[in-house]
Design a protein around this ligand. Structure first.
Ligand code: FAD
Ligand code: SIN
Length: 548
């Protein structure tokens, strides 16, 4: 059995049928479905134990605002009938040539069943007086199909419902074994036996723990803290990308880091910043520059509700043309702004600003990783027994630019499919030994330095010279043992950054969320770039077949 990092005999071994790394929408959905089928599930969460009253949470899921994009059968909106095919067409249009239509069609078609299960678990989406689900619009959607909860507190409602479902699983799961949480526990390596994933090595309060299971699911979320400022919570440090790469899995489309057009601007801010939901524009908010000129005029027929890459680019252009550090979201036309958007209102107020003034200062902010660990339509990676779901995975749904509010839906659908795979693998023979981790120094860049470099050279606009400078900085990262949680995260950020930079340098065109100032045109042929580690080196690879 092999792994990476630290040389110490494991002090404690836990056994399960499925180990899930991550307690957001993808991880908890998988855990709930797997437990329902009788699997012993262990959920690892590097953040603190769920506490419904805490305002800081370790998952992006908790912070989701706009909602879940889903087509409800038989519902017709003001723009005309909706359908999964129309949702797919919008997803493909936003994805700038790299959306996989087959995989995406299958995911979107499963959307309503997955959302219905979530509602069954207690997620309380907003409804009108007749009890019908309210729906809003966001960028790139030609229909109002985004359901939401608590106005703009959708993620908090979902996270709460999932945790409640874990505590009170309901009738059909009465005999199911309880889901076991290991909170404040960081996964440091996927344990392998003869190329098969057999568990996860972890650090818990400074001590080594191994969780052995025939199926390992990575549901670790995103990579926002590659950058100095982001909409993501503190734990979005690309751990799952690093865990997968070191285990031998493939990653793809990592150059497509989506910058949300409207992150709250506050001078010199670092770390997690408040998002101003795209739904604000769906309800009448308008983007203007410092002189009051419309930011997206003449840029795209959908204007402020164009796909996210288009709007983020228009915002950046306006900032560069005016020399002013931000643009403004004019919310004076939004009916009952504070009631409809309580999360945004609280975030703006917390920054010492008053949304009642009508203009909220915004900039593009690092928000979402469109690519990730390559999986098939069942969440399987190229490593036997290793699955990935949620933001960490690359299913082909998001292409070069994710359609707004498609990721919560993807987490629900793919979490359920991952559980189904784990159920099929129950009872596979497991090695008796409980995991020994091998000492191996890894490159670790100091976090602030890495974030400043990525913000300068690998953000919304990239060029060969900037990417080469970034690659040099990463190549010079000192190698040392990852001794602490912070080290493990910084090592993950360093490896993930190197993969993002390699992918961005290899893509000599502009497409979707990836803009090259030296290659402004989009090529005729759209191809994903796949990378994996071979002989200790990150290399571009052709996609390998995933195990059937
Ligand atoms: P997360 O919810 O991020 O959970 C990751 C989990 O992994 C956490 O529990 C974390 O502790 C754990 N973890 C990570 N690394 C390790 C490790 N090494 N060891 C142990 N545990 C680990 N999408 C939409 O569809 N609609 C929206 O309205 C929307 N709004 C958003 C608003 C904001 C502010 C943000 C940041 C994102 C938004 N998104 C939205 C995107 C969406 O919320 C995320 O893509 C999605 O929630 C990711 O879910 P996940 O389960 O993959 O990961
Ligand atoms: C938002 O509310 O604008 C975020 C939606 C998303 O990222 O999907």
């Amino acid at each position: 059995m092999s792994g990476s990092m630290r040389a110490e005999v494991t002090e404690r071994t836990v056994r399960a049928d499925l180990v899930v790394v991550g307690a957001g929408i993808a991880g908890l959905t998988a855990a709930l479905w797997a437990a329902r089928d009788g699997l012993r599930v262990v959920v690892l969460n590097k953040g603190p134990r769920w506490n419904a009253s805490s305002r800081e949470q370790p998952t992006s899921t908790f912070y989701a605002q706009g909602g879940v994009a889903v087509v409800m059968p038989g519902v017709q909106g003001p723009e005309g009938p909706d359908s999964v095919d129309r949702h797919l067409a919008d997803t493909i249009a936003a994805g700038a040539g790299l959306t996989d239509p087959t995989a995406s069609g299958l995911i979107l078609a499963d959307g309503w069943a997955s959302v219905s299960a979530l509602i069954g678990w207690g997620a309380d989406f907003d409804r009108d007086a007749d009890g019908a689900l309210l729906r809003t619009r966001e960028g790139g959607h030609t229909r109002r199909r985004i359901i939401h909860a608590g106005g703009d507190a959708t993620g908090a409602a979902i996270q709460r419902a999932l945790h409640e479902a874990v505590r009170h699983p309901g009738h059909d799961a009465r005999d199911a074994p309880p889901i076991r949480f290991l909170d404040d526990t960081i996964a440091t390596a996927v344990l392998l036996d003869d190329g098969r994933a057999v568990g996860v090595a972890c650090l818990r309060a400074g001590r080594a723990v191994s969780v052995l299971a025939p199926t390992v699911l990575l549901a670790t979320g995103g990579t926002g803290h590659l950058y100095a400022a982001t909409t993501n919570p503190a734990g979005s440090t690309g751990d799952g990308i690093a865990l997968a790469l070191r285990a031998g899995a493939q990653v793809a489309d990592l150059e497509f880091i989506q910058f949300h057009p409207t992150m709250l601007y506050t001078e010199s801010a670092r770390g997690r910043r408040t998002l101003i939901s795209e739904a604000v524009r769906g309800e009448g908010g308008r983007l203007v520059d410092v002189e009051g000129r419309p930011v997206t005029e003449g840029v795209h027929p959908m204007g402020d509700l164009a796909p996210r890459d288009v709007v983020a680019d228009a915002v950046q252009t306006a900032i560069e043309l005016t020399g002013h550090p931000c643009v403004y979201l004019d919310v004076s036309g939004v009916v009952d702004f504070e009631d409809r958007f309580p999360t945004v209102t609280a975030g703006v107020r917390a920054a010492g600003l008053d949304p009642a003034g009508g203009r909220i200062p915004v900039v593009p902010g690092a928000h979402y990783l469109c690519g990730g660990v390559v999986t098939d339509e069942s969440a399987r990676t190229a490593v036997d027994g290793l699955l990935a779901a949620g933001e960490v995975a690359r299913t082909g749904l998001h292409g070069a630019n994710r359609l707004a509010s498609n990721s919560l839906l993807e987490g629900l659908v793919m979490g359920r499919r991952a559980a189904a795979v784990a159920v099929g693998r129950r009872g596979l023979p497991m090695p008796e030994a409980g995991g020994r981790r091998f000492e191996q120094p890894v490159p670790i860049l100091e976090r602030g330095l890495l974030q400043d470099m990525m913000t300068r050279q690998v953000a919304l606009r990239r060029s060969a010279s900037g990417l080469a400078a970034a690659a040099d900085t990463i190549a010079g990262a000192p190698r040392r043992m990852a001794e602490s949680v912070r080290d493990v995260e910084d090592a993950a950020l360093t490896l993930t950054a190197s993969a993002v930079v390699a992918a961005a340098a290899a893509r000599t065109e502009s497409r979707g969320a990836h803009v090259r100032t030296d290659f402004p045109l989009t090529g005729d042929v759209a191809e994903s770039r796949v990378f994996r580690i071979v002989d200790g080196e990150l290399r571009e690879a052709r996609p390998a077949a995933v195990p059937g």
